[in-house]
Design a binder for this molecule. Structure first.
Ligand code: ADP
Ligand code: MG
Length: 264
């Protein structure tokens, strides 16, 4: 099958449990390969649901999702995924390095499980270099449960990078990261974008105008737009309010550029 389309949603509707309102309704869109796209929309609009559907972690009640031209369950090993940070109890003892190494379980489409998975020297090298990219290599031996929210977030992104994915899916990756580190994080994404497609759920509308090629606007319905189509009208329609879209160059914000999105 032709693989130019990385993600295809064809009339996808998804309901949680017995909800009367669908979380996503009749979503039809295509995202080409090589894209750096931001997923934006209000809280509860369905961004995380969209991501879980494209990974095959949720199954639509109607419509179909294709990832790399096939069923997402078959192709999602080609994706590195950092979930929106969950309120999970991390008191069990697992090191930062082991959390990161877990990102290599499915590499090459092999069906590893945690018990049969043997880590090679190369696995460890890649895990350490992913942690280095995220600036947390010095924490490798620490217990994951002892980390701050921001350090956990970085570890989960390192884990996603560790699988050397073709597509990196990041669900609100900057939520727990301080503003200075956010700038560095966006710089890192810029260095990755030549090698990997990126889908990032984000509230930072300023990023949209500078960093990404396209936006997926999600608020029960979802649409794909190239950045050139992205403007204040679209944002107002999406958030149903007068959100100010501030265009700024993210590389300048360390030099005192005001950084506002007025969202949330
Ligand atoms: P976003 O990521 O944009 O904040 P979500 O995809 O998390 O939005 O949620 C979309 C809608 O689905 C919201 O109304 C939310 O309350 C609902 N929802 C999300 N997860 C669940 C769940 N596990 N069970 C029931 N409803 C859910
Ligand atoms: Mg979410």
């Amino acid at each position: 099958m032709h693989e130019r389309e990385m993600i295809v949603f064809d009339h996808v509707t998804y309901y949680y449990g017995s909800s009367l309102q669908p979380a996503l309704q009749d979503v039809t869109l295509r995202i080409p390969r090589g894209e750096f796209a931001s997923i934006i929309g209000p809280n509860g609009g369905g961004k995380s649901t969209f991501i879980k559907l494209l990974l095959g972690l949720l199954k639509p009640q109607s419509g179909a999702v294709k990832l790399f031209g096939d069923q997402p369950e078959k192709t999602r090993y080609r994706v590195g995924y950092a979930p929106q940070q969950a309120r999970v109890d991390f008191r069990f003892p697992i090191s930062v390095l082991d959390v990161t190494l877990a990102g290599r379980f499915g590499v090459g489409g092999q069906r590893h499980n945690a018990l049969r998975f043997r880590t090679s020297r190369r696995d460890k090298e890649i895990a350490m270099s992913s942690l280095e990219k995220m600036g947390v290599a010095r924490l490798a031996r620490k217990s994951f449960g002892d980390l701050s929210g921001g350090e956990r977030q970085r570890t989960l992104i390192a884990r996603a990078l560790c699988s050397e994915p073709e597509l990196l899916v990041l669900d609100e990756p900057t939520n727990n990261i301080d503003p200075l580190s956010v700038e560095k994080f966006y710089q890192l994404l810029e260095t990755l974008r030549d090698d990997v497609s990126i889908l990032m759920a984000s509230h930072d509308l300023g990023v949209v105008s500078n960093l990404v090629d396209s936006v997926v606007c999600v608020n029960r319905v979802a649409r794909f737009h190239p950045t050139s189509e992205f403007n204040g009208d679209l944002v107002r329609e999406l958030y149903h309010s007068d959100v100010r879209l501030v265009r700024h160059d993210h590389r300048c914000s360390e030099a005192g550029h005001e950084h506002r999105s007025d969202v949330d």
